[in-house]
Ligand binder design. Sequence first.
Ligand code: PBG
Length: 324
Amino acid sequence: MFRTRRLRANANIRNMVRETRISKDSLIYPMFFEEGENIFEEIESMPGQYRMSIDRCDGVIKELLDVGVKSVILFGIPKNKDEVGSEAYHDHGIVQEAIRYIKKNYPDMYVIGDVCMCEYTSHGHCGILKGHDVDNDTTIKYVAKIALSQVEAGADMVAPSDMMDGRVGEIRKLLDANGYKNIPIMSYSAKYASAFYGPFRAAADSAPAFGDRKTYQMDVHNIREALKEVYDDVDEGADIVMVKPAMSFLDVVAKVKEITDIPVAAYSVSGEYAMVKSAAKNGFIDEEKIMCEMAVSAFRAGADIYITYYAKELAKCIDKGLIG
Ligand code: PBG
């Protein structure tokens, strides 16, 4: 009989034979920047997460660096929205200014710009409308402009989340033409039309005014299509591919990991966070253990990078030796 329990006898041996190792270096923390001053407002559906103005962000950034989280991905909430989301590519838009501020004051922080239009358009869709649908080929020109404006402001990386076809190639072309050959693109390659984004949309005020995102985000029933998205994005020059959401899509993470040699990111989205928070508040689950288990499972499935609202808490769990 093979006694599998021999290697489970105590923490030393269990830790020695761990198959999955987690490092703080692999964590990315999402932040919501709102245009204005003196704003630090808790997001109702995401307790512990805040919409903040630039002048109030220092505490959060310092805390992240203190615990060893060195990457953030930024979302913007502009004062004014319009049909074409002009604030998304404005030189002094909220995200561009936030990037400038962080890179100037905290040069050790790696700053990623989320590239999308839904937080900036009056209709809440991720692109330029033609009738009631998003026009792909017009949108990718805008998406590339947004990416360039973020890079000009100092972003270390851009992450397009709009799900238009051909946007990675369009961004790569524009960045290269402007002398930014070395700026990587992390593509939201397999981004599903998921109900798990609900709390984010409330936070970023980005729910579509009509219809849904099913003509551009993926059908949750599909996995071969996710691989096609990944192949296309790699062909177009993506440096990292992402699967989103994480928890209910770890089969996709595992498959994507099999077919590509470039790093794979998994985004544990707002709905995942909100579920854990509310269950924990009721005393139904142990928040710390659950967040650890969710993180471990994403890495076990094959993720190299984990984007999570729990980044800071996970870093502390790593310090405590709970995971890692
Ligand atoms: C922008 C974007 C969304 C999220 C990340 N980028 C919302 C959406 O597609 O509706 C969701 C993140 C989360 O739920 O935590 N397109």
